[in-house]
Design a protein around this ligand. Structure first.
Ligand code: MSP
Length: 660
């Protein structure tokens, strides 16, 4: 039988910032799909990578005082970078492309030239609008209220000599592709593309820039760099070896079976990408699937809003598999979903700790308690004392693979998992129906029936384990160990064949795979971690900018600054902020000043110090007490917190000395 092949990709990530849970979502979904396809016997190519060119990267690097290459290297290969995250999340990609890889760079130059030679790329002048964060060009008519229609941010005027791709030439073909085939899913995205982009008229696309340099140079016209989306989209083919000798899998894996992409980049994948492939006379990918966004409090996560959820924190706290499972169990893949810590903890506690965890631990515990871990021979086919619940459980478990497969083939991960958990529920009910603890009271009469019941439970758990393994690979390996399932009982075929476990199977009571989470404690910890992360992201030191407005010398001289000595300092009753100072200002009469510095100083530490005060401010009442002047301090902000230091002068300066 010919080995089936399956090629699946994620969008290559833009390393302008660290990845968050939204990026993790798509990669975990792709990984589950790739693992599922491998399980079914396909030869899989799973590609992911990073999209490293563009003006935004150039700007960020210059702000950070490093080269663009150093900047992206830090985010991609640095500690807790993209590669580290995928390793942590147990992502099984076969290949990782960086668009700064030499083979990709030269391949893109050849591809660009090929489209130019064909006449599909021509030189013209670009006049329009550019959204820097999205790296997208827009015409006036495409803007939404004058702003970028994708992200809603300000756009800027752009005018420069540029190369254009004849996108308009392919408009009809693309419309037919979208409307008449299943190229783009979910179907709702087709209407969006056709109505918003194709029907208003597809304009030619600007595919080179001259206003920055961090991109792939157009080799036949120095000064131009290739538009980052042309560079990025062709990664799906250069990573297989198109126009380069680095790899040799193009014939084997192209066209891709599916590109998983977030909904905001469906336009690039379902209009621009097929048009460029048509221009190159290349076969089109079989499908583009536009998944929804993970939202936080109803809005998109973004670093600038400060509402990104850190996958490292969640994985460390709850385990990688629990996090992977949650992402695909909770949100329908094609729609948006609201992320919350509460929902994550609830899913772990209900599905994993309660339903699956209990099924496994109760079954293995009973096999150990009543049979010393090894079931007796003949228990699998023991048909006396048969009950209708036996055949119900068997039927549910044996049909599961087909039901699951139907959902997985449609990328409906949530439904596939729902099918599995229906069977897990049925198995838990089967325990209650059979009350093994009651059967165990008379082992002579009921011992074989008890073993049969436990065997049925082990088998059902095994089948669920096989089908859960693409979602939670490491935990399912542990589950198989506990069940005593060898490699032959972990296969795709064995997931539809009842009885893969031998009846003398030996179970091992192992660690609790999915411990219950103490919700209150976990949420408090997560909130503290989020606050700490927010603080860490704040600038180290902030100093108020100097005033632009000038003050004339005479006005300045009207402010009377003097040295004052602290004779006494006391907290002001009922005030958390104020300290009351009794000061020697050189006049022979004590001066009282109130100052809101209790957060930074203990009163006793200030007695005897020489400070600086402005003494000719009008008197002011605070908490019912009079303040005559103001002590001068230096203020700045450190990690978002205000810091204050009084100006403490040399003790040899006499009280009353004028500052000028
Ligand atoms: N570099 C481009 C893709 C080029 S593919 C030829 C890009 N990169 S990205 O880093 O900005 O986004 C990568 C993917 O992450 C996109 O599919 C995007 O939709 C997805 N997500 C980013 N935030 C997300 C959520 N909050 N939720 C779900 N997916 C999200 O676009």
């Amino acid at each position: 039988m010919e080995n089936k092949r399956f090629y699946i990709t994620t969008p290559i990530y833009y390393p302008s910032d660290k990845l968050h849970i939204g990026h993790t979502y798509c990669t975990v979904a792709t990984d589950a799909m790739a693992r599922y396809k491998r399980l079914t016997g396909c030869e899989v190519m799973f590609l992911t990578g990073t999209d490293e060119h563009g003006q935004k990267i150039e700007d960020k690097a210059s702000q950070a005082g490093v080269t663009p290459q150093q900047y992206v290297d830090g985010i991609v290969t640095g500690s807790r970078g993209v590669l580290d995250l995928w390793k942590l999340m147990n992502i099984s990609n076969n290949r990782f492309i960086r668009t700064t890889d030499g083979y990709h760079v030269s391949a893109i130059q050849k591809i660009f030239k090929k489209m130019y030679d064909k006449g599909d790329i021509y030189k013209g002048k670009y006049v329009g609008k550019y959204c820097k964060p999205c790296e997208s060009f827009w015409t006036e008519s495409q803007l939404a209220d004058g702003k970028c229609p994708d992200c809603g941010r300000e756009v800027q005027d752009a005018e420069e000599e540029a190369y254009f791709f004849r996108l308009s030439k392919y408009a009809d073909k693309i419309q037919r592709l979208l409307e008449d085939t299943d190229f783009l899913e979910p179907r709702s995205r087709v209407n969006e593309m056709v109505n918003n982009f194709i029907k208003p008229g597809l304009e030619d696309l600007c595919v080179s820039r001259t206003s920055f340099t961090w991109g792939i140079p157009v080799d036949f016209d120095p000064g131009h760099v290739v538009y980052v989306w042309v560079d990025a989209l062709f990664n799906y083919t250069t990573a297989l070896g198109l126009c380069n000798d680095q790899y040799d899998d193009y014939e084997k894996f192209w066209p891709a079976d599916v590109h998983f992409v977030g909904k905001e980049i469906v336009r690039f994948h379902s209009i621009i990408w097929p048009a460029m492939l048509m221009s190159m006379d290349m076969p089109l990918p079989k499908k583009v699937f536009g998944h929804g966004w993970l939202l936080l409090d109803g809005g998109k996560m973004s670093k600038s809003k400060g509402n990104v959820v850190d996958p490292y924190i969640l994985a460390e706290m709850f385990g990688v598999d629990a996090l992977r499972f949650f992402l695909l169990r909770t949100f329908p893949f094609g729609s948006d979903g609201n992320f919350s810590n509460e929902a994550l903890i609830q899913t772990i506690n209900v599905d994993l700790a309660n339903d699956l965890g209990n099924l496994l631990s109760r079954t293995t515990a009973m096999a150990c308690k009543y049979f010393g871990g090894t079931l007796p021979e003949g228990c699998r086919d023991y048909l006396e004392q048969k009950q209708s619940c036996d055949s119900e459980l068997l039927a549910a478990a044996c049909h599961l693979r087909d039901n699951y497969e139907a959902q997985m083939e449609k990328f409906q991960f949530q439904n596939a998992l729902e099918e599995i958990f229906r069977v897990i529920d049925r198995a838990n009910k089967y325990i209650d129906e059979n009350a093994p603890w009651a059967l165990a009271k008379d082992m002579e009469a009921n011992g074989m029936r008890l073993a049969h019941v436990l065997y049925n439970l082990l088998e059902t758990t095994r089948i669920c384990g096989v089908l859960l393994s693409p979602f939670m690979p490491a935990s399912m390996d542990k589950l198989f160990e506990q069940l005593g399932a060898d490699q032959s009982a972990r296969t795709w075929d064995s997931a539809r064949e009842w009885g893969a476990l031998p009846d003398t199977v030996s179970v091992v009571k192992g660690e609790n795979l999915f411990p219950r989470v103490d919700a209150e404690k976990a949420i408090a910890e997560l909130e503290a971690a989020a606050a700490a992360a927010k603080k860490a992201a704040l600038p180290e030191l902030e100093i108020e900018p100097q005033l632009e407005e000038k003050v004339d010398f005479d006005t300045f001289c009207k402010s009377d600054f003097r040295a004052v000595k602290v004779k006494d300092c006391q907290p002001v009753k009922k005030s958390e902020k104020l300290l009351r100072f009794t000061l020697d200002d050189g006049t022979g009469v004590d001066r009282q000043i109130l100052s809101g510095i209790a957060k930074w100083y203990k009163p006793e530490d200030l007695i005897g110090k020489t400070l600086m005060a402005i003494v000719n401010l009008p008197p002011r009442k605070m908490m019912g007490q009079e303040s005559n002047g103001m002590l001068i301090s230096a203020v700045h902000t450190e990690k978002g917190e205000e810091a204050l230091n009084l100006l403490i002068l040399d003790d040899k300066i006499p009280a009353g000395a004028k500052m000028c």
